[in-house]
Unconditional design. Structure first.
Length: 278
C-alpha cells in the first residue's frame, strides 16, 4: 500500500502567508516570492500565474496588493489541490482561484488576452540536459516539457491584454533565448538581475549595497582582498505586451551579505512583502 504524502506546514513573508507543500516534492524557495513582488498590479486588476504550483506567488501577490483577482493554472492536479487548500487557509478564496491545465490545454475559463498581468517561473532546465529527479513533481517543476521555453512564452503572450505586463523569472544563461522569444511583441523590457551576495559587504555583515562604483574600485586597489562581483545566476525579465520602448538593464537586487544573511533590501521583500521596483 502506498504511503500518504507527508505535508509540511510552512510560512512566507515572515509568517504572513501559510503554505502547505509536499515534504519530498518541489519545495518553494525565494523565486516565487521575488516574482510576485515584481508584478506591478493594482486594485481592480486580474493576474494570471502560469505554473502556479502550490500557489506561493499567487498568495504573496494577493497579500501585498488588495483588491486584485489572481488566477493560477497548474498541470499537476495534486499541487492544484494543495494550492486550493492554501488559498482557503489564508482566507483568499474570494480573490484567488487555481485550476488544472497546461500550455497546450488551457482551462476554458481563462480567456485569452484578458489579463492585466501574467507572471511565470518556468522550469529552468531543458529536457535531456540534466538528470531527472526520481520524484515526478520535482522533475515537472525543474525540466521543460513539450515545446520548451517557447511554449511558456507563447502561452503568456496569448493571455495578457495589449499594454499588460509579462513577468518571468529564469536562469541568466537562458536570458538571450528568453529575450529572443519575447521578440518584438513586447517592449519596455527590463532585465533585473538577482545577485547572490555583495562581495564588498563588511565582515560584520553590514549592508554595503549603497556603495558606489568609485568606492568599489578603491576597495579593489587599496590592498584589501575584495573579490570581483559574482555573477547573477537568476534574473527577472518584465515587458509590456505590444509596446515598442527600449530594453533597460536594472541594477537588480543583492540577496545576501558576506556573512550569508539577507540584505536589508532582500529582507524587505522576502519577509515584509515590499514590492520590487523594476
Amino acid at each position: 500500500m502506498a504511503q500518504p504524502e507527508v505535508i509540511t506546514h510552512d510560512t512566507l513573508l515572515g509568517g504572513q502567508v501559510t503554505l502547505r507543500q509536499h515534504a519530498a516534492g518541489y519545495r518553494v524557495a525565494m523565486d516565487p516570492v521575488l516574482l510576485s513582488a515584481s508584478v506591478p498590479a493594482a486594485a481592480g486588476e486580474a493576474v494570471l500565474d502560469v505554473g502556479a504550483g502550490v500557489g506561493a506567488a499567487m498568495l504573496c501577490l494577493a497579500w501585498r496588493v488588495s483588491g486584485i483577482k489572481v488566477f493560477g493554472v497548474e498541470v499537476q492536479s495534486d499541487l492544484v489541490h494543495l494550492a486550493a487548500e492554501n488559498i482557503a487557509d489564508n482566507g483568499l478564496a474570494e480573490r484567488l482561484e487555481v485550476m488544472v491545465g497546461d500550455l497546450q490545454r488551457s482551462p476554458p475559463r481563462l480567456v485569452p488576452r484578458s489579463f492585466d498581468h501574467v507572471m511565470a517561473n518556468p522550469p529552468y532546465f531543458e529536457a535531456g540536459r540534466v538528470r531527472a529527479s526520481g520524484k515526478d513533481e520535482k522533475a515537472t517543476a525543474n525540466i521543460e516539457g513539450a515545446g520548451g521555453l517557447g511554449a511558456w512564452v507563447e502561452y503568456c503572450l496569448s493571455m495578457v491584454r495589449p499594454g499588460g505586463s509579462i513577468t518571468m523569472t529564469h536562469r541568466t544563461d537562458r536570458l538571450a533565448e528568453l529575450l529572443a522569444l519575447l521578440g518584438d511583441r513586447t517592449g519596455d523590457l527590463v532585465i533585473f538581475p538577482l545577485w547572490p551576495h555583495d562581495p564588498f559587504a563588511t565582515e560584520d555583515g553590514r549592508d554595503s549595497a549603497t556603495q558606489d562604483s568609485k568606492d568599489a574600485a578603491n576597495n579593489a586597489t587599496d590592498g584589501t582582498d575584495a573579490e570581483p562581483p559574482v555573477a547573477a545566476k537568476r534574473v527577472i525579465v518584465q515587458g509590456t505586451a505590444g509596446a515598442k520602448g527600449p530594453l533597460r538593464l536594472s541594477a537588480g537586487l543583492i540577496l545576501h551579505k558576506a556573512n550569508g544573511n539577507h540584505t536589508k533590501a532582500a529582507n524587505s521583500v522576502l519577509r515584509h512583502g515590499k514590492a520590487l521596483m523594476l
